[in-house]
Design a protein around this ligand. Sequence first.
Ligand code: ADP
Length: 455
Amino acid sequence: MAAEMTLQQLQAGFDAGEIDTVLVAAPDMQGRLMGKRFHAAHFLASGYEETHCCNYLLATDMEMLTVEGYASTSWAKGYGDYMMKPDLATLRRLPWLEGTALVLCDLVDHHTHAEITISPRAILKRQIARAQAMGYVPMAATELEFYIFEQSYEALRDQGTDRLTPISAYNEDYHLFQTTKEEPLMRALRNGLYGAGIPVENSKGEAEAGQAEINIRYADMLTTADYHVITKQATKEIAHGLGKSVTFMAKYDHRRAGSSSHVHQSLWTPEGAAAFMDGDAEYGMSALMRQYMAGQLAHAREITAFLAPNVNSYKRFCTGMFAPTKAVWSLDNRTAGFRVCGDGSRAVRVECRIGGADLNPYLACAALLAAGLAGIEQGMALEPELHGDMYGAREAREIPKTLREAADLLDGSEMLRAAFGDEVVEHYTHAARWEISEHDRVVTDWERRRLLERG
Ligand code: ADP
């Protein structure tokens, strides 16, 4: 049976007793997969056409709190339904869950059947359509870093998260012996993704004890965002099955490196030509690529809330740990927010290094694309490249230092208001400000440790 399935193949898998469950899922604001588990018989009878979910799924926080103040839904509006419309092109089996397939859904209005404006998948689709109308196919890859811990999620729930035990005792960047010890998880992950039709390239140890990276081959942006959310889910599920846990927090411990999700991007023509390449130009970068990058740099600060969506995300931006602090560009330089890779080849591309592993890939790709397209539309000139160690570049454009700053920049972004619409900008500004207000309100362990006795 093919990894990606048609409905007929699902039917055949069900008839053969190979598949009995279908996960019907939609990505939420946080990039989590939310939905229902269907018996395959019911999915095949009617679920493949539509199902429903409470419309609070695009208006809750991580704790599923009914946050007040959203225009899209509220107690006053009665928290009605969205229709979940399966995108059957995403139907695939999940080899790491027995007898199980998955389909991703679009969220649509349950009366008009129009896509919900604030839905992350819809937001990305609209920007892709905009690129296509300009004659380009946006391609991307979202590298994903995470930490692996010896304890299960259940053990951590019981014992607390103060004493996390990373799976390795030393920095395991590219380390083949240490990563051999992690193969029960990582091999199952690579093979599970491959079996689900996700073109996994490789995994590697990362630059901290217990940190890993998984790379998926680049694809059109929507497919890449779909791969990303499924990959996160797979990593957690496989780790859980082995009694381990993983985290995609941007910075789980201030003493350790953060986890990133670098976004590699390029534009192609519908015929498959690399529109970012010009063999005669500097680094092989076409005029189009220069304009695209100019747009991303000009708007980098406004789109940061979509690359770093949590209060915690901003703790990753610190000197000397491979996370950038400056939104500038440079050739193959890991201290810059935007790194040009694959120079002089068809693979020439820009890697945005600002995003944390906690980003929502639909929103991050949509925001990056919107900024790049604005650069092309306005024929923006690319600023000079910076060289050397960007951490010390005093004059260089700073990445916002807090979610508070990023939320204000998002709110005031005319580029994003034009590209996404006011409704989207206001919705996600509200989400960011809710996170800030929760963080402002909650007393943390750090405060108790610092003040309880000595304060
Ligand atoms: P590095 O090790 O320097 O980060 P890799 O060769 O591992 O670079 O590639 C990183 C990611 O970039 C991979 O997921 C790969 O599929 C993706 N990639 C390669 N070429 C392109 C391209 N033209 N556009 C977008 N992504 C690309």
